[in-house]
Design a protein around this ligand. Structure first.
Ligand SMILES: [Zn+2]
Length: 253
């Protein structure tokens, strides 16, 4: 009889350490709830905000044993993000630079004097990069970035700034705006892989026209230049594989 049990037996109480953020979580589950569940298991989702938004999901059986622990990440909690406002609050230029730094590095520490904005921005970027990037603490980061003063890149990113500006002025719905930016960024990420393979495998020097054709004309010259510069920043040798006759190489990269 449940009501005869002392309080500590009515509830299953377990302690779990989150494998992603290492936070210790105490979970209370109503024993009756587990016993009444046809699967014999209760699934408890716990929301964590840092270093990026994620959900720790714990499956607990009636003996209080954690039968499964997993993490859901990269979903972004989009409905809570005022996407356009977050982008405007750090500035379009800073945001565009951030996207490029994230195309170069995988483990990045984002910080800023306004932690609320930083948190929302991490959520937004988690969504845009489909969870492929890790927002880590300072000591684990390949690149540390102040979101209100994002370092300049060594290449011209006007195109990306313009595209974001247009998107913000033409898309009203926050989720749609994020989805659109995600689509664009995903395209760049995909073509970065294609171009990297080409750079590593091609035996001859390629012209800009060759590269545009290789992307089935999906990318323009300006975009390819940005992607080549990103590959170069990743440490991939680009100059000896590409001929760009209309620019001196130092101007391109
Ligand atoms: Zn966690």
């Amino acid at each position: 009889m449940l009501w005869d049990l002392p309080e500590h037996q009515k509830y299953i109480n377990i302690c779990i350490r989150c494998p992603l953020c290492n936070k210790k979580c105490e979970i209370f589950v109503d024993r009756e709830e587990v016993e009444n569940d046809p699967s014999g298991i209760v699934r408890v989702p716990i929301e964590h905000d840092s270093p990026e938004p994620h959900i720790l999901v714990v499956d607990i059986d009636s003996s209080g044993f954690p039968r499964g622990i997993y993490i859901i990440r990269g979903y972004g909690g989009l409905e809570r993000i005022p996407v356009a406002d977050v982008i405007r609050s750090i500035g379009l230029e800073n945001f565009a630079r951030l996207l490029c730094w994230l195309l170069i590095y995988d483990n990045v520490c984002l910080y800023g004097y306004d932690e609320d904005t930083a948190r929302l921005l991490r959520m937004l970027l988690s969504c845009i990069f489909s969870g492929a990037k890790r927002f880590v603490s300072e000591d684990k980061a390949e690149k540390k970035i102040n979101i209100f003063n994002v370092p300049m890149l060594e290449f011209n990113i006007d195109l990306i700034v313009r595209r974001i500006k247009t998107a913000i002025s033409s898309i009203r719905d926050h989720k749609s705006l994020a989805a659109y930016i995600r689509h664009e960024v995903q395209k760049y990420a995909d073509f970065l892989e294609v171009l990297e393979k080409i750079m590593k495998q091609s035996a001859r020097k390629l012209t800009m026209e060759d590269l545009i054709k290789m992307t089935d004309n999906e990318l323009g010259k300006e975009e390819i230049k940005i992607l080549l510069a990103i590959l170069r920043a990743r440490g991939i040798s680009v100059e000896d594989k590409v001929i760009v006759p209309e620019f001196r190489i130092t101007e391109v990269f």
